[in-house]
Unconditional design. Structure first.
Length: 266
């Protein structure tokens, strides 16, 4: 019962953005001591932040599980399109993220290639593929994003000749470029984005027009954008001016139904 209440409280906070403790007590019919204990437990995940007299949503750190479920059918199709860009003997980087992880579903297990990644899901997904050489980046495991982050020596990535980098973002802006919020994730993203011969951005439509703390690459650096819907006019014009290819995912209704069925997913 308490776990269910905690989930409902967290969902309510994210839907309202900021709420008082008194409002939560009234909404969930519990005492102030109880709601304080609940808030303390939820705040350990980093998805909400306590403030004087209440709590606010921390949207950039909404749990990886919840972000993975959101727009799942679109992310599957983005992953399929991204995998179709891979050729034999490519040396590719697959970024951590709730969209890039779906590429694993559509990789040809018989295709020889080298994968460099910091995503636990990608590591688990390709570790049994006999024709894939796998290299892991990052020296610290970040549980809430299921990724490895941080580098003892940034020059350690210089030895890799990355043909194609499949990157994720927290936000995409024509002025602030490709952004994320974690300084240790930023370090890896920035180095890879500068080294890769071809930069392929995987981002569903909800990411455009947003920016967060850190810019790891300008939007003009991108070669291909794989997204879920038609981009706003200013982004279409920007891409045309900078010779950026745009590819759209179009999951059909039957695929959408299957992917959103109970128990579906990675």
């Amino acid at each position: 019962m308490r776990d269910i209440r905690l989930n409902h409280i967290e969902e309510y906070i994210h839907s309202r953005k900021n709420v008082t403790l008194d409002e939560l007590c009234l909404r969930f019919d519990v005492s102030k001591n109880t709601i304080r204990r609940d808030i303390n437990q939820i705040s350990e995940k980093g998805t909400i932040q306590k403030v004087y007299g209440g709590v606010v949503s921390n949207p950039e750190l909404v749990s990886f599980k919840n972000r993975t479920i959101k727009n799942q059918s679109e992310k599957h199709e983005i992953g399929r399109l991204a995998s179709s860009c891979i050729e034999e003997n490519d040396l590719i980087f697959i970024d951590s993220g709730t969209t890039t992880r779906y590429m694993v579903h559509y990789l040809d297990p018989d295709k020889p290639l080298t994968i460099l990644t910091n995503s636990l899901d990608v590591i688990n997904g390709v570790s049994s593929m006999p024709n894939v050489d796998l290299f892991v980046v990052g020296n610290f495991y970040k549980r809430n994003t299921e990724s490895f982050i941080g580098l003892d020596d940034p020059r350690s990535l210089d030895k890799y000749n990355v043909n194609k980098a499949f990157m994720s973002v927290t936000g995409v802006s024509d002025t602030h470029g490709l952004t994320n919020s974690d300084p240790l994730e930023y370090e890896i993203k920035k180095i890879i984005s500068e080294k890769a011969k071809k930069l392929i951005l995987l981002a569903d439509a909800s990411k455009f027009g947003k920016s967060t703390l850190l810019t790891y690459a300008p939007l003009s650096r991108v070669d291909t954008i794989i997204t879920s819907q038609a981009l706003p006019r200013e982004y279409q014009e920007f891409c045309a001016a900078h010779d950026i290819e745009i590819r759209h995912a179009h999951p059909d209704e039957e695929q959408n139904r299957k992917l959103n069925a109970p128990g579906a997913g990675f």
